[in-house]
Design a protein around this ligand. Structure first.
Ligand code: HEM
Length: 389
């Protein structure tokens, strides 16, 4: 078969990326020879079908292609299948439960307001550095029960870790103190001095120490960069469309639609990979057991067979009974994002508070190459905020 060239690590501008996806979608399944070779599912129906069939499309061999350098073990939950997956999924569901997240709403708002206020007083400030990055990490630290000085270190480690991965740095540039070291130290502290917090609860589970560490690293990584990306995309869209700011200010009930549309339109997680446990036929293509299959969420969310004029950012597309939450930005099936309620809570609060200002873009954002070939982010978004009267 002669498929369009596709390498998920290639640095493409937005227009080029979505044009490439359009080519890929002309095939029910296509093939890439990058990263050792893999199949690509890029249409909405095919991606959702694969997501729902975890027995065939296994996560246990990893979801990034190739696996990150220096990775010693699979990420719990994300890179497991049931029944192993279920144990960690339950723990994540407890950490990220609706009552727990609801109880944190006023703290999230407080952090968001403080960040926006600081940004408003630094003209031409960077939205990513001052709002989109700190809010998710501070929220996660609160959820886990970390002390303020540890939260500050966590922020630093996460920034360093992310800029290393954005630059594609190798193991040799690994900093002396990493996110893993910090979280390992927290687990040790709680074992020695238990407290009433989630990290202590984790130490009391009958789990291998490495799995506890993987759980915490997973929460920080999965909850940070994705929400950062979603928050900066939303701010970018509001900056590009001042009339959208006005509409949402007039009718805040539309905010959830704007959040959902942003996740669909520019999905923070562009793809994850599965490994086939058996031979599968899709259309005229036979894929063998052991083959890698990429689920291209970013392309499926722009499938014209599923969404009319999919490249248009349009909150009105949800007015005809179409569910705003049916996009695949959170995946689907047993691995569907367990942090979705937390992410939505953070994003809704952020937009609500942001609308107290008039947001103006100062130049174009700096888009970063797709981290690990999977995560799409904005590295810098220069804006100014002026109090709305
Ligand atoms: C807008 C923000 C977010 C997006 C777009 C997002 C996206 C995703 C996606 C696509 C998956 C599915 C993985 C798969 O099918 O292989 C996932 C899983 C996951 N997400 Fe999120 N996520 C977001 C926020 C969060 C937050 C705030 C947390 C909190 C810690 C979180 C924690 C997780 C975890 C632990 C998993 C693994 C679940 C499992 O395998 O059962 N995510 N996320």
């Amino acid at each position: 078969m002669s498929c369009p060239h596709f390498d998920h690590h290639e640095v493409l501008g937005d227009d080029e990326r979505y044009a490439r996806y359009e080519e890929l979608r002309t095939w029910q399944v296509s093939r890439s020879e990058a990263s050792g070779g893999f199949w690509v599912l890029s249409r909405y129906d095919e991606v959702i079908e694969a997501l729902l069939d975890w027995r065939t499309y296994s996560s246990a061999e990893g979801v990034l292609l190739p696996a990150p350098v220096g990775r010693r073990a699979r990420q719990v939950a994300l890179e497991q299948d049931p029944p192993e997956h279920t144990v960690y999924r339950r723990l994540y569901a407890e950490l990220l439960s609706r009552p727990r997240v609801r109880a944190m709403q006023s703290s999230i708002r407080h952090t968001t307001v403080a960040c926006l206020n600081r940004l408003a007083h630094s003209p031409g400030g960077d939205f990513v550095e001052q709002v989109a990055a700190p809010v998710p990490i501070e929220t996660l630290a609160m959820l886990l029960g970390l002390d303020p000085e540890v939260t500050a270190e966590l922020r630093q480690c996460t920034v360093t870790e992310l800029s290393r991965t954005h630059r594609g740095d190798s193991e040799t540039t690994r900093p002396a103190f990493t996110l893993m070291d910090l979280l390992r130290a927290e687990l040790d502290k709680r074992r020695a001095h238990p407290r009433e917090d989630f990290v202590t609860l984790l130490t009391q589970q009958d789990l291998p120490p490495l799995a506890m560490l993987s759980f915490l690293v997973g929460a920080v990584i999965a909850g940070h960069e994705t929400t950062l990306s979603a928050a900066s995309n939303l701010a970018y869209q509001l900056g590009r469309e001042p009339q959208l700011q006005g509409r949402l200010r007039e009718d805040p009930a539309l905010i959830p639609l704007a959040v959902a549309e942003s996740l669909r339109h520019r999905s923070p997680v562009q793809n994850f990979v599965r490994t086939l446990t058996r031979e599968v036929e899709v259309g005229e293509v036979t894929m063998a057991a052991g083959d890698k299959v990429m689920l291209l969420f970013g392309a499926a969310n722009r499938d014209p067979l599923h969404y009319e004029a999919p490249d248009r950012f349009d909150i009105d597309r949800y007015h005809d009974g179409r569910e705003a939450g049916e996009h695949l930005a959170y995946g689907g099936g047993v691995h569907r994002c367990v942090g979705a309620f937390l992410a939505e809570t953070e994003l809704h609060i952020m937009v609500e508070e942001l609308l107290r200002y008039e947001l103006t873009l100062h130049g174009e954002p700096r888009f970063v190459p797709v981290t690990f070939g999977a995560f799409l982010a904005i590295e810098e978004l220069p804006v100014s905020l002026r109090a709305w009267s």
